[in-house]
Design a protein. Structure first.
Length: 168
């Protein structure tokens, strides 16, 4: 997908392109292997980043990129070969160096929820290989999308941590 930096902020999550499960991603249990959920989530984030102007062209021309600092995936329902997938992305928050996102992986035609991923990404100066502030033009785009997404109802699962269930 070409980098556009022309995302119009909307009061709805970003909808990535519909994706297909690749046959080699199916494990011996007959469903999508856990590692490939992350591949698909990452592809959706790459689409959003390109729309924000911080994708591959940004790295090449301006020397900036993002690194994932933290990721929490919840696997809620099996997804199988042949299932079309669409990922929705909320930009929950941002500051001068970080982006907080939440993603839902849904069956593209039936709508049910398969998995979620909550992430913290860091903006990097790739020449120094250090965390650095976003340039002002990028910060403005990020702020506009964050503001638009702030009025969208928050999906269940944000802020979850790994823990044993409470005893009743």
């Amino acid at each position: 997908m070409p980098e556009t930096a022309a995302l119009t902020p909307k009061a709805e999550p970003f909808r990535a392109s519909i994706m297909q499960i690749e046959p080699q991603w199916i494990d011996y249990n007959g469903h999508l292997n856990m590692a490939y959920y992350n591949v698909m989530f990452d592809r959706a984030i790459d689409q959003l980043w390109s729309e924000l102007g911080i994708g591959p062209t940004y790295m090449k021309e301006r020397g900036g990129s993002t690194f994932t600092a933290e990721c929490h995936v919840r696997y809620l329902r099996e997804i199988h070969l042949g299932d079309p997938v669409q990922i929705l992305v909320w930009l929950l928050g941002a500051d001068d160096k970080r982006l907080h996102t939440f993603e839902e992986m849904r069956h593209a035609s039936e709508g049910w929820l398969s998995a979620t991923s909550e992430n913290m990404s860091l903006h990097m100066d790739m020449n120094a290989r250090r965390v650095a502030p976003f340039p002002p033009d990028i910060s403005e785009r990020i702020a506009a999308v964050t503001k638009a997404h702030s009025v969208v109802p928050r999906p269940e699962g944000i802020g979850r941590s790994v823990a044993m269930p409470a005893k009743r």
